[in-house]
Design a protein around this ligand. Structure first.
Ligand SMILES: [Mg+2]
Ligand SMILES: [Zn+2]
Length: 216
């Protein structure tokens, strides 16, 4: 996996020690808060999909520039709630636009660096931001495959069974389930009947989040 500054080193480490070894070797990560990594005691974590959950969904295209990244206030509130409940937070996002040449890895990294900084100003920490830059079917990290969650668990010592995946696409729910997490789907309930919980939109997620994850 790649971090912003130490891409190569991360890639090597993931290749040698990652749970899915080569299959997830190229997923990219900002590597935020790497100094907080610990392997001995398991963390519980909420994994968040990005587009449609963290930021306003760009529609059929991609968010190519930070200037077009519209952070959702509901996400900020949800993140604050999960952190208060003792969960770490990791964003896991498919960004196939990189493979298609629509945007560069540097552009995605810049968006994620700015996102991390914006949240830090609100005294909110993300443990990591991980993205899959690959074409569908070419890797183990693109959701619905669970590679990004498994890699995060390995890297940060996350207990997946105590963790959650929240997303607005069926693929998010499937990736979460395959990783052994409980799942919350945001959107029309019939689109992801297999999710453990479903809420219609981010505003309802904001209202329900504390109840849902403390029940679970
Ligand atoms: Mg999404
Ligand atoms: Zn991938």
């Amino acid at each position: 996996m790649m971090s912003l500054k130490k891409s190569a080193r991360h890639a090597n480490r993931s290749r040698k020690t990652g749970p899915s070894a080569g299959r997830v070797a190229h997923a990219a990560s900002t590597g935020l808060h790497r100094n907080r990594m610990k392997k001995t005691s398991a963390r519980k974590c909420v994994f968040f999909d990005r587009d449609g959950i963290v930021n306003k969904h760009p529609g059929p295209g991609y968010v190519e520039r930070w200037e077009d990244f519209k952070l959702l206030p509901e996400f900020v509130a949800v993140l604050r709630a999960v952190r208060k409940l003792g969960f770490d937070a990791v964003i896991v996002t498919n960004q196939q636009g990189v493979a298609k040449g629509i945007m560069s890895k540097e552009a995605v990294d810049r968006i994620h660096r700015n996102l991390g900084a914006t949240l830090r100003k609100k005294h909110l920490a993300l443990l990591d931001i991980i993205y899959c830059p690959h074409y569908e079917g070419k890797c183990g990290c693109r959701k619905p495959r669970p590679g990004m969650l498994l890699a995060a668990a390995k890297r940060h010592g996350i207990d997946l069974k105590s963790s959650w995946m929240i997303g607005d696409d069926k693929k998010d729910v499937e990736a979460g389930k395959r990783a052994g997490c409980r799942t919350i789907f945001v959107g029309h309930a019939e689109k992801a009947p297999e999710a453990d919980f479903r809420v219609p939109d981010m505003s309802e997620l904001q209202t329900q989040i504390a109840n849902l994850i403390s029940l679970g």
